[in-house]
Design a protein around this ligand. Structure first.
Ligand code: SF4
Length: 390
């Protein structure tokens, strides 16, 4: 591998593996009055945190690199894994560098986690972000604007910096640029997945959880320049699949590698969906809070935790299959993830109406055995190639 690409992949792997958030600590140490605000998946308006001069930090659980010792005591056994590993990270002081935490309303588990946080860490700033499920500007829009204003007030009190409109417009522009770079990355992978393997793209996106957005955008653009220079990355006879269900608790990296080794090119996915929440740019002029609200109402991603009227679920998935010329869909959801698993039958119905093959399995962020998944994904990949040739 080209030394520059090797170094870049090494850098993002180190950031991914660093459960102590060392890069966030270094960012704060560079200037004594800096603040870092953590957030859980899926979507929070990172632009507001950035405009307050603070660093938004995505907290996506402990993955397969954290032994759960105390976290299990806080939850029953039949829920997903991310809340217990997040509690474990906090109780082992790994999240002390964060000056606050935002918990967006994804599901009851995250709601309860925000309550636990308030009880466990009464001195730290905590906010439950009740993202709207009503998309009428007069109802959900007005509500979301009040939520965003309240977040601005909170961060201003915490950091002592007034969030001016021009600072927020600037932050919107910074994140527009970041989302543009990610869109280019996804388009490049869809065109030539053998050059941009998902196992690398995922690490690159994870770096966006801890790096300032300006640095993250630079890194993505550098990767887009370097990856095509790899001469040994050649097209292979593999299946093109869309991976869906991973918008919250993230799969272990080994699972993504396993899917690739089983003969699946992943050409679209919902990993780290919050970083790609908007399909287009948010306007950079005019009232920035209104622009954030309107973007959320009109441009936001469609996923299990977002309300959609009866009959419309699944349209985005069918569209993704067609746009990315995928041959099948793999439902890959965390065990006990109510939003993902309750939505799955509706998505399956939409795929079957359109004759799109699919398979499904579940994972936990600390799953360590991939033999069965490899067999299942390999068989699925072989069978859809046979069907498409028939
Ligand atoms: S993995 Fe699913 S159930 Fe668990 S916190 Fe996330 S959205 Fe909720």
């Amino acid at each position: 591998m080209n030394p520059d690409l090797t170094q870049l992949v090494h850098q993002v792997t180190e950031l991914f593996e660093d459960l102590d958030l060392s890069s966030v600590r270094q960012w704060k140490q560079a200037q004594p009055d800096r603040f870092a605000i953590g957030f859980m998946p899926i979507y929070v308006p990172r632009e507001i945190i950035h405009a307050a001069g603070m660093l938004p930090v995505g907290v996506m659980g402990g993955g397969d690199r954290l032994e759960i010792i105390r976290g299990d005591a806080y939850f029953q056994s039949y829920i997903c894994h991310i809340p217990r590993s997040t509690i474990e990270l906090a109780l082992t002081n790994r999240l002390d560098v964060l000056d606050g935490m935002l918990f967006p309303s994804i599901c009851d588990v995250i709601r309860n986690l925000s309550g636990m946080w308030q009880m466990l860490f009464p001195d730290r700033y905590v906010r439950y972000m009740d993202v709207p499920q009503n998309f009428d500007p007069e109802v959900g829009g007005a509500f979301w604007r009040r939520e965003l204003e309240a977040l601005c007030q909170d961060l201003q009190s915490l950091g002592g910096t007034t969030i001016e409109d021009d600072a927020l417009q600037h932050s919107i522009a910074i994140y527009n640029e970041n989302r543009r770079a990610i869109r280019e990355l996804y388009e490049a992978r869809s065109d030539q997945p053998w050059i941009y393997p998902t196992s690398e793209i995922y690490l690159l996106l994870r770096a966006g959880n801890v790096l300032p957005p300006e640095d993250h955008t630079r890194l993505i653009r550098q990767y887009l320049d370097l990856a095509p220079l790899e001469e040994d990355r050649r097209e292979q006879d593999m299946s093109r699949v869309v991976l869906v269900g991973m918008f919250c608790e993230q799969p272990p990296l080994g699972l993504l590698l396993t899917l690739e080794r089983a003969g699946c090119w992943i050409v679209d996915d919902d990993l780290l969906l919050g970083q790609r929440w908007f399909g287009g740019d948010i306007p950079e002029n005019g009232d920035p809070l209104d622009n954030l609200v309107n973007a959320y109402l009109g441009e936001g991603a469609r996923t299990a935790s977002v309300y959609q009227p009866e009959g419309r679920r699944g349209g985005w998935l069918v569209n993704s299959v067609k746009t990315n010329t995928a041959e099948g869909v793999i439902f890959c959801a965390p065990s006990f993830c109510d939003p993902a698993l309750l939505e799955q039958p509706m998505l399956v119905a939409a795929l079957e109406e359109n004759g799109i093959p699919h398979t499904q399995f579940k994972y936990s962020e600390n799953t360590g055995q991939f033999a069965v998944i490899r067999e299942q994904a390999g068989t699925f990949s072989d069978s859809i190639r046979l069907w498409s040739e028939a």
